[in-house]
Ligand binder design. Structure first.
Ligand code: ZN
Length: 181
């Protein structure tokens, strides 16, 4: 499984549990490895044939978006990290001071208590999404020093993992919804 032709853009594949619950998003390369080890099944014959051809021809398969694990596996509870992407999801792409929403490119991550003044650098509680304007106004101050108030108390992102998968991969949600409908 060493070398693959890179002629196609790699679209993601949604991995389902044996009971059809969304588990994770994997690459097509990972899909082929799992298929090769007979760990997963594809959900229709067309996908099955395409995957077999891809394995034979040592290329990535086209058009497969769903795959199912053959055995029940224990899925450890995932702890989400407060990175930029997850903070944007938690705060609904909205400035937590003034409420303005925006494309991610217009939004920054603000440390509520500035790191320079003893605030934690990477916790869920001390980081919020802020627009450039509010972040600029806040600079190295505590929010109340410059008349800013948080619209809600920041906490860890607790949404179900599958929900987050689908927010990141709307095309997979479509395929999944069509399957379980
Ligand atoms: Zn703002």
């Amino acid at each position: 499984m060493a070398r693959w032709a890179h002629t196609m853009p790699t679209m993601a594949v949604l991995l389902l549990s044996a009971t059809m619950q969304p588990l994770n998003v994997i690459s097509k390369r990972r899909l082929l490895i799992l298929l090769d080890k007979e760990r997963i099944a594809l959900l229709d014959e067309v996908a099955e044939r395409e995957a077999e051809a891809a394995l034979r021809e040592r290329r990535l398969p086209r058009g497969i978006v769903l795959a199912r694990l053959l055995r029940a596996v224990h899925v450890p509870r995932r702890t989400l990290r407060p990175n930029r992407r997850n903070l944007l999801l938690r705060d609904d792409m909205t400035c937590q001071y003034c409420g303005v929403g925006g494309p991610a490119s217009e939004l920054t991550i603000d440390h509520v208590v500035p790191v320079s003044r003893g605030g934690a650098a990477s916790t869920w509680e001390n980081q919020v999404v802020a627009c450039r304007r509010c972040n600029g106004r806040k600079a190295n101050s505590h929010p109340e020093e410059v008349g800013l108030r948080l619209r809600r108390r920041p906490g860890p992102l607790t949404q179900e993992f599958s929900h987050i998968l689908f927010l990141r991969h709307p095309e997979l949600k479509q395929a999944y919804d069509a399957l379980v409908a």
